[in-house]
Every structure is written in structure tokens, then in C-alpha cells.
Design a protein around this ligand. Sequence first.
Ligand SMILES: C[S@@+](CC[C@H](N)C(=O)[O-])C[C@H]1O[C@@H](n2cnc3c(N)ncnc32)[C@H](O)[C@@H]1O
Length: 312
Amino acid sequence: MIKHYSVLLKESVDALNCKPDGIYVDGTLGRGGHSLEIAMRLQTGQLYAFDLDEQALTESQLRLAEVADRVTLIRANFAQMQDELNLRGVYGVDGVVMDLGVSSPQFDDAQRGFSYRYEAQLDMRMDQSQPLSAWNLVNELDEKELSALLWKYGEESYSRSIARQIVKARAVSPINTTFELVDVIKKALPAKVLNKKGHPAKQTFQALRIAVNRELDSLETGLQAAMSLLNPNGRIAVITFHSLEDRIVKEAFRKVSSVEKIDPRIPLLPSQIAQPKFRLISRKPILPSGEELAENNRSHSAKLRVLERIGD
Ligand SMILES: C[S@@+](CC[C@H](N)C(=O)[O-])C[C@H]1O[C@@H](n2cnc3c(N)ncnc32)[C@H](O)[C@@H]1O
């Protein structure tokens, strides 16, 4: 089994203030690190853990065997958490954790095609039953769509020249594998970029992965679902790994935790101004400790933001 190191584990689960009889959601089960930590704090409570990836559910079932009576595993997108929980008779929750993105086992399993480090078919699907894969995007989008995708989800400054090079290469034969795509990307980049630190395909691979899995749409919907499910004093803890995710979380949390700006010319009593239903636990994100940074390279870009539903 490929090891998965859970990022900001203690910080995020502590932030939920778990009650032994509470109802919790782990939106991103992965290898069950956060789920196990939450479930161990429950007695009569229940944890509902979501993942799109069949393998994540199978492997976590073993890891969570000792707390199986307190955990319900659900193979679904966390964007659908409200419907999925309602189906199970759950209409309110005391905490939600989301540890976004791809897990180390997904990255490190060469066959999944997430990594530019291993040769594999272009795939990148978290949900392997979904028809759309990275192959379809790379081989079927037109040049303009490809360039827009690389810019929007990868913030790739050379999006246009990479898109042009992809279209040129696939006119000869389809781009089937990760290494074929890396070669095409390298051809599109100037020497000064190729000689810089960091892999030249990093941003393109990030962009494709986000698009294949519709990660940012799911995040926006999932956050709204979590907020509507949250009981008074309940909390949402979200761990992000890049600026696009973090911006969405930061903005969604800011919006529900601040007083709506009202035209000062409108005469309103303080009691007539709607007060926010949520509060931020800290204005700045919580970052991994020096110890965690030293132990786990993947934690370097991690940021934790926590929101609380104000008590009635
Ligand atoms: C970073 S890993 C989570 C690791 C986990 N916290 C642990 O400690 O083992 C992210 C997991 O969330 C899943 N995932 C990502 N986006 C999802 C979504 N929208 N709905 C459900 N699962 C998702 C991925 O398949 C992956 O297994």
C-alpha cells in the first residue's frame, strides 16, 4: 500500500472541536487519515466520509476497521453532500473537513496518469467511472479552449504556445501518454523557463487535473452545501494546496462572515442590519508547523481556513 501522509491533521481536526455525539463529514476521505482522527473522538456520533475514488474507499475501509461502527463511507462528490446526507436522514452536521486535491497514492500510482514523473496513459480521473479524461482534453479541445484552460487552471504564462504545440503535435498522431505530453510542453517553452527550478509541466498538469475533475466547481458547491448543513457552533475546516482553491475558500468564508455593506444614506437601526451567521476562526490561514514542513514536502503549499456557524 502506498503511504499517505495526512496534512495539517491535528490542526484541522482540533479545529472542529469534535463532540462525542456529533455528526461530522469528511469530504475527502483519501486514505482515511482525517476520518480516523475524527472517528476516534466520537462515541455515539457518526462520521460520513466522501470520496470519488473507488480505491480510496476500499483502502480506507481497512484502515477504519476499528471505528467502522462510527463511519459511513459514501462514494460521491462532496458537492452532493446535502442530497447524500438527506437520503440517509441527516439534515444538520457539527463539522466538515475538506483536504482538497489529489492524494499521494493517486499521484504516486503511475497508472493514474496524474504525475509528470511517471509514464502512463493521460488519465487524471479521480472518479474512474467518469468518461472524460485528460486524454480527451489534450486531444479534443481546440487551440483556443486549451490555451484558456491552461491559463485559467494552471496560471501558465506560456499557455498559448503550449496549446499551439499540442495542436501541432496531435495533428501528426494523438498525444497518448504523460511523457509524450511533457515532451510537447518542453518544445513550447523557452530555455530560460526550462532551466528554472521546478518541473516545466507542473502548471499544465495541474490545469488538466483541475479541469478533468471539475475541482473548482465542486469546491464552490461543496462549500455552500457544508454551510447550509452546519448546526450552530459547528465548524468547517478546509485545507487548500494552491492559490485558486484558497481564493475560493477565502472569498466564500469572507462573504458569509462579514456584515453586508449598506448605503450609509439609508436610515437603518442597528437591529435592522442583518448580522452574519458565521465567523472566521482566524483571519490568516493556519500553516503547517516547521516539524511538519520538514517531514512532508507536500505540506509546503498547504493552508487551513476555518469557519464557524454562530450559535443561535
Ligand atoms: C488530499 S486527499 C485526502 C487525504 C485524506 N485527508 C487523508 O488523510 O488520507 C484528497 C482526496 O479527496 C478526493 N476528492 C477530491 N475532490 C473530491 C470531491 N469533490 N468529492 C469527493 N472526493 C474528492 C480525492 O479522490 C482524494 O482521495
